[in-house]
Design a protein around this ligand. Structure first.
Ligand SMILES: Nc1ncnc2c1ncn2[C@@H]1O[C@H](COP(=O)(O)OP(=O)(O)OP(=O)(O)O)[C@@H](O)[C@H]1O
Length: 316
């Protein structure tokens, strides 16, 4: 469905040197990336800030023309046939809305319908499904500017799906959302993918990846440094997850096999354990041996996982 062959994107920029001089330099935002994504896959695309994720997605939509290599989406070259590719893809940028700010959601959707010439029956069916699964009913007549971030995000995701795209690109779809909204968005994306839509998901939240993607690609300095499952990524860098545990009262740092105490703050304690291991036996032991009130599992930051991955390689 998506094929990249040695794709490059080089930006020419002018940099200030000293007070008066400016020199021309190049930024290699994407530096020879190749990958294939099959129809129906849901793939995570992660990396630190400035790694080249957005640039890749912009080349997949045809907004940016590659400096080298070959891009195909559903067999189409996006840079040459931008309108044709637009009918096959949906895009959600978490940080920006594609909706009309002053219009109610319903009117924005109507404009999308006309823009893509979506047949009435198909539009009605898709809208009804999004309204039901994303709880948009009470929001349809509210102007976009009055929506909360989580509501707006759900509105944006629906707008991207009304024309039945075969491929969905999501750039940080859960950024800034509370736990409930995140769960709603993730549940919906799972349904969309189960329905056969190919999804490429960019995120800084490893929980998104853990809950949604069987495959994750990591980009750093414009290069692909990992393509495999999340456990493989954690394993490559010996990264750690953290159990955040609330006890009934203050306790000395608890010691259980397979985890190490990291921090104690009143009745709350943080315990690190290998990210590739299951949390279940640790939770069972804590529940059996200590006065447990609440517990959650935190994923490591993507930056930490990548730093550990490099450290692991350097040690080989
Ligand atoms: N239009 C542009 N002109 C010049 N340089 C650019 C342009 N767009 C991106 N870059 C540079 O290309 C590199 C990759 O940027 P990109 O936005 O693709 O990263 P990203 O992985 O999406 O980062 P983030 O997680 O912060 O969104 C960065 O060094 C960035 O400064």
């Amino acid at each position: 469905m998506i094929r990249l062959e040695r794709v490059e994107k080089v930006f020419k920029v002018r940099r200030r040197v000293g007070r008066l001089r400016r020199v021309r330099t190049e930024v290699r935002a994407v530096d020879g990336i190749s990958f294939d994504i099959a129809r129906g896959e849901m793939v995570g695309y992660i990396g630190p800030n400035g790694a080249g994720k957005s640039t890749t997605i912009k080349m997949l939509t045809g907004i940016l023309v590659p400096s080298g290599g070959r891009v195909r989406v559903a067999g189409i070259d996006p840079a040459r046939e931008r309108t044709r590719v637009a009918r096959r893809i949906g895009v959600v940028f978490g940080q920006r809305t594609t909706l009309w700010w002053d219009l109610p959601l319903r009117d924005s959707y109507e404009l999308v319908r006309r823009l893509y010439r979506v047949p009435d029956a198909r539009y009605d069916r898709n809208l009804a499904r999004c309204v039901e699964l994303l709880d948009l009913g009470p929001l349809l007549d509210v102007p976009v500017r009055q929506l909360s971030l989580g509501q707006r995000m759900r509105g944006d995701i629906a707008a991207a799906l009304l024309h039945d795209p075969e491929v969905l690109y999501l750039d940080e779809p859960t950024i800034g959302l509370d736990v409930v909204s995140k769960a709603k968005v993730r549940g919906f994306l799972r349904e969309v993918n189960d329905g056969g839509t190919t999804v490429l998901l960019t995120t800084h939240d490893l929980t998104d990846i853990e809950q949604l993607c069987t495959r994750v690609m990591v980009i750093d300095h414009g290069r692909l440094v990992h393509d495999g499952d999340l456990a493989g990524l954690h394993g490559a860098g010996d990264s750690e997850r953290t159990l955040v545990v609330d006890f009934e009262r203050e306790l000395p740092p608890v010691r259980i096999a397979g985890a190490r105490p990291v921090k104690v703050e009143g009745p709350r304690q943080w315990l690190a354990f290998p990210a590739s291991a299951s949390a279940a036996p640790l939770v069972a032991e804590l529940a059996a041996c200590y006065p447990l009130v609440d517990l959650s599992v935190r994923e490591p930051a993507i930056e930490d996982v990548i730093a550990r991955m490099y450290a692991g390689r350097a040690a080989l």
